[in-house]
Write a protein that binds this ligand. Structure first.
Ligand SMILES: Cc1cc2nc3c(=O)[nH]c(=O)nc-3n(C[C@H](O)[C@H](O)[C@H](O)COP(=O)(O)OP(=O)(O)OC[C@H]3O[C@@H](n4cnc5c(N)ncnc54)[C@H](O)[C@@H]3O)c2cc1C
Length: 460
């Protein structure tokens, strides 16, 4: 069977993309390297859509939780991953957890039952020169293909490790303690050109005692282990975790990401120092999305466990009530600088017959990967049908995630991102307590016409 679309990778995203195409009668070649005797270091089976770690697809609460909302939106778009999860569901409170073997079996059975789909167990080593292609080879893309992607995109645009700094919701930062400023007030011109006012960073000040106590907490905090195949990488040279810096000496952090020089704290102004004083150390946060709702803690990549990050980072003045949209981390992870490389339809700008989806685009998590796979499948189907693509509304979880990956995220600091309410257009007039429900209600209402169109188009 010849094919209309070649999908490379039969993981979460590839399986969902293949389903969205095949159910619309489009001929698909789905290439999966597992089953040839080869596997990534994390995969343990040859099953399609293998869950490599946890068996949870996280919260299924579509009224109060962003990933729960994404579940609901995917269901409305006829998602195979969500249907299989329902069949394979095991009790887990409000979370959607699955029996992973049943989950994969359901997915593979549904796919091979499609007469227009051909599942081929093969490793693909280079990007096809022609023909509609969806690359969904995930965070552990096989080496030769990664080399080919690197050659097509430029070495700097393809990362092999993530170095994730925690991201904080802007509204949870106490600006009576923190303040806006750029170091030495530099870069005002560039800031103004981008709509800023020359004070681009949020700065959290520390006294000497606070800094010393903070360093002790970082040193003592419980850390996650590197996997065997992640150890001994050249990674640390460029992007050292804060705990490694803390170990190197009392002042290493203060000469690194917590450098206070050139930052007068106006909250500490006196008659003698009307502009304020430099703190002993400063934690800086930089805007992370166009909406200005998310701010990343600059240089704070870490292997501290999530609970420890929350506890320790809330000792930073100004972050006492910080809410985290994403915690820090360090993993082996192949991903593109999507905001610069991909267009709004996930196509490589330099080779638009190639789409990317799944975690390799810089989304993070099983559900997010499958959701981007779903979108890529529908996009390719729309393109083949000669129809104009209209993306999901920006106010939906699908729309928010897609917008982030394809241009709204800050390209310079782009790191993997899970779905969270910080990616949604803000609702400042709604009281904080009611905001989650307002986001989800708006998304569900706005998705309805779009998802109905998508279903009609599928003949479903
Ligand atoms: C160790 C680890 C643990 C994780 N734990 C979790 C977790 O607990 N919860 C969570 O939500 N997310 C987790 N993730 C993150 C992520 O969501 C998953 O990796 C997810 O599976 C990504 O989906 P994907 O479809 O993009 O990639 P994958 O599911 O990895 O699928 C990619 C597929 O492409 C195949 N492939 C690779 N190269 C080639 C090639 N050249 N030719 C043909 N086939 C190829 C692979 O064999 C694989 O089947 C984890 C990631 C890793 C690496």
């Amino acid at each position: 069977m010849t094919h209309d679309v070649h999908i490379i990778g039969g993981g979460l995203a590839g399986s969902e993309a293949a389903w969205q195409l095949a159910r619309r009668g489009i001929r698909v070649r789905l290439s999966e390297m597992r089953g040839t005797g080869e596997r990534s270091p994390a995969h343990q089976t040859d099953d399609l859509a293998e869950l490599v770690c946890s068996n949870s697809l996280r919260s299924d609460d579509s009224d109060n939780n962003a990933v729960g909302l994404l579940h609901e939106e995917m269901r409305r778009c006829g998602s195979l991953i969500m249907a299989a999860a329902e069949t394979a569901r095991v009790p887990a409170g409000s979370a959607l957890a699955v029996d992973r073997a049943v989950f994969s079996r359901e997915i593979e059975a549904a796919l091979v039952a499609q007469s227009t789909l051909e599942l081929v167990r093969e490793r693909v080593d280079s990007l096809p020169a022609v023909g509609l292609t969806v690359v969904v080879t995930g965070p552990l893309t096989a080496e030769a293909l990664a080399g080919s992607i690197g050659a097509a995109t430029g070495a700097d645009a393809l990362a092999f490790f993530d170095a994730i700094a925690p991201i904080v919701y802007r509204e949870s930062i106490d600006m009576d303690v923190a303040w806006m400023a750029s170091r030495w007030d530099k870069g005002a011109e560039a800031s103004l050109a981008l709509g800023g006012d020359g004070r681009d960073y949020i700065n959290c000040p520390m006294t000497r005692d606070q800094y010393l106590a903070f360093r002790e907490e970082v040193l003592a905090g419980e850390k996650g282990e590197f996997k065997e195949w992640e150890a001994n990488t050249p990674y640390f040279d460029g992007c050292m975790p804060i705990e490694v810096m803390a170990e190197r000496g009392v002042d290493t952090l203060r000469f690194g990401p917590m450098k206070p020089v050139g930052l007068d704290n106006p909250h500490w102004a006196t008659a003698e120092h009307p502009n304020g004083r430099w703190p002993h150390a400063v934690v800086q946060l930089r805007q992370d999305n166009v909406l200005g709702t998310l701010w990343n803690m600059v240089g704070f990549q870490t292997k501290l466990k999530y609970g420890e990050q929350q506890r320790i980072f809330r000792t930073i003045p100004g972050l006492e009530n910080a809410e985290f949209a994403r915690f820090g981390g360090l993993h082996r992870n192949t991903f593109l600088n999507s905001p610069t490389l991909l267009d709004r339809q996930l196509r490589l700008r330099s080779a638009p017959h190639v789409r990317f989806a799944g975690q390799i685009t810089g989304c993070e998590g099983y559900v997010e990967s499958a959701a981007v796979g779903l979108l890529a499948g529908i996009m390719a189907a729309t393109e083949l049908a000669g129809q104009t693509w209209e993306g999901p509304p920006r106010t939906t979880a699908l729309g928010a995630l897609l917008a982030h990956i394809t241009g709204d995220a800050e390209a310079e600091t782009y790191q993997p991102m899970n779905i969270n309410f910080g990616l949604f257009p803000p609702l400042p007039d709604v009281k904080k307590k009611q905001r989650k429900q307002a986001y989800t209600a708006r998304a569900k209402a706005d998705l309805a016409p779009w998802s109905q169109n998508v279903q009609i188009f599928s003949g479903g």
